[in-house]
Design a binder for this molecule. Structure first.
Ligand SMILES: CC(C)(COP(=O)(O)OP(=O)(O)OC[C@H]1O[C@@H](n2cnc3c(N)ncnc32)[C@H](O)[C@@H]1OP(=O)(O)O)[C@@H](O)C(=O)NCCC(=O)NCCS
Length: 240
């Protein structure tokens, strides 16, 4: 076992069984024993549900989804000692301190480099690396999920970038600095790995919070621009 968790693959040969969302929400489903396929299917259903459920139920669905992502990440967990990453990070707010655990999972898609004007087809995959980093506290009270790209392009140039895939603080803990501390964790990882940029698409959970979200990113030093497609991109260039 590596410090990042299980290294062996746990895909079972049995037929995948459907896990009812309600059982998972109420803690009756044994998610730890579920196969990779069963977790992926459950995550897909929850992602759709999140769009429809009553806003008061969203946090419980988001927390469940993050729990599943972390369990899924364990299947592909890897340790890469060429990267400057810690297995744990601490974030502090006015009233709490949380220890976040990092899980590292290889991914194969470089699409998010497009936000920096780099087309995925120009990436030499045999020489490049991409990972999903899930960085979450035990209780799933807050997390930041990052995609880390260390890409070698067809012309031989190298680009390292951190992309913010998701950032979340449960409603009871908001407004006390945890969200900003999560951005600092992301920036620390980007700087520690000499990334030239950290970027993300801003998708507020509640559309009415788009301006507040943008202000928070700007306060953290990101520039925010709206593309013709309507996508709102936050970007911070780093001096590497
Ligand atoms: C975005 C989020 C992670 C911020 O977490 P937080 O712990 O409340 O953040 P902080 O306390 O560090 O506040 C940082 C800044 O965020 C901004 N902010 C305030 N209310 C906000 C809100 N409801 N939503 C987003 N940003 C907000 C403010 O600029 C704030 O700075 P200020 O307190 O000096 O005014 C949290 O609101 C959240 O989880 N929202 C739902 C999920 C979401 O929309 N994620 C963004 C995906 S791109």
């Amino acid at each position: 076992m590596s410090e990042f968790g299980r290294t062996e693959r746990h895909e079972s040969s049995r037929e995948p069984k459907e896990i009812p969302i309600q059982d998972a929400l109420e803690g009756r489903a044994d998610l730890e024993s579920a196969s990779e396929t069963e977790l992926a299917q459950l995550a897909e259903k929850i992602e759709l549900m999140i769009l429809e459920v009553d806003p008061t139920l969203k946090p419980a669905y988001r927390q469940l989804l993050q729990k599943i992502r972390c369990l899924g990440a364990q299947y592909g967990a890897q340790y890469d000692d060429t990267l400057a990453l810690a297995s744990e990070y601490t974030v502090r707010s006015k009233s709490t301190e949380k220890t976040l655990r990092l899980q590292l999972q290889p991914i194969a898609n470089y699409a998010e480099l497009g936000h920096l004007g780099i087309e995925a087809r120009t990436v030499d995959r045999s020489k490049s690396k991409a990972y999903l980093l899930c960085i979450t506290d035990e209780e799933k009270g807050c997390w930041i999920n990052l995609k880390f790209f260390k890409a070698v392009l067809a012309d031989g140039s190298e680009v390292s970038v951190v992309y913010i895939a998701d950032r979340y603080v449960i409603p009871q803990l908001r407004g006390e600095g945890l969200g900003s501390a999560l951005l600092q964790v992301a920036e620390g990882i980007a700087r520690g790995n000499q990334c030239s940029a950290i970027t993300g698409v801003l998708v507020p959970e509640n559309p009415g919070e788009a301006q507040a979200l943008q202000r928070g990113m700007e306060k953290a030093g990101f520039s925010v621009t709206k593309k013709e497609t309507g996508e709102v991109i936050a970007k911070k260039m780093l001096p590497y």
